[in-house]
Design a protein around this ligand. Structure first.
Ligand code: VGL
Ligand code: ZN
Length: 217
């Protein structure tokens, strides 16, 4: 599983609002930061994603009178979990964690910026039809295998993994550098689903070991 020139690390949503103290804190989300920093050093190609919502976004409970965070409503594209307001464009909560240290990241994909559509996946928005442009970018650059990590395992990492797989990329999830929100068993469901697709789960240490074996070989 040694990262090579056709591999890319996709670092998902390591933003203040998904870490403890943030508006949509993923339990222990901050723990992944040092792991992801280490992991990124094994990759020559790194892409970051950034959840990036306008105020009044339809995925916010506050946009639906009477609704509470974590209620599920029907939107034109299907069921949508309603979230606390988070990752508002330009606000401190939307910034990458200050301790995220990946200066060689080549691209930042912003997602969720259309007011009527949420976007968990880094490739397609939640209508499963509106592309973010990432698949085209990866293809144009000859990047064929996508390693995924970050927040949240059971939402943005999961849907990005599924869409990358469906788009014909090889997909690997670096699971120990992910943390989940875990709504109604969504972490276990994600693990099952990725196993069904045959998406391998690897560790940061496993990748570092493979990279260092390759250097000394
Ligand atoms: C995410 C819920 C809402 C995520 C983003 O990054 O997993 N989850 N927006
Ligand atoms: Zn969001």
């Amino acid at each position: 599983m040694r990262p090579g020139t056709e591999d890319v690390l996709l670092v998902v949503d390591i933003q203040n609002d998904f870490c403890p103290g943030g508006a949509l804190a993923v339990p222990n989300g901050d723990e992944v930061v040092p792991l992801v920093n280490r992991l990124a050093r094994a990759f020559s190609h790194v892409v970051l994603t950034q959840d990036w919502h306008p105020t009044g976004h339809r995925s916010f409970a506050s946009s639906h009178p009477g609704a509470q965070p974590y209620d599920v409503i029907e939107l034109p594209y299907g069921p949508q979990i309603l979230w606390p307001d988070h990752c508002i464009q330009g606000a401190a909560g939307a910034e990458f964690r200050r301790d995220l240290d990946i200066p060689h990241a080549e691209m930042i994909v912003r997602k969720g910026y259309r007011i009527r559509i949420d976007s968990y996946s880094a490739l397609f928005e939640n209508d499963h039809n509106t592309p973010t442009g990432l698949a085209g970018y990866l293809r144009e650059r000859g990047l064929k295998r996508v390693f995924l990590t970050g927040l949240a395992y059971d939402f943005c990492v999961r849907y990005s993994a599924e869409d990358a797989f469906a788009a014909g990329f090889e997909v690997v999830v670096v699971e120990d550098a992910c943390r989940g929100i875990d709504i109604d068993g969504s972490v276990a469901e994600t693990r099952r689903l990725l196993a069904t697709l045959g998406v391998p789960s690897v560790s940061v240490e496993g990748i570092e070991a493979a990279a260092s074996r390759a250097r000394t070989a």
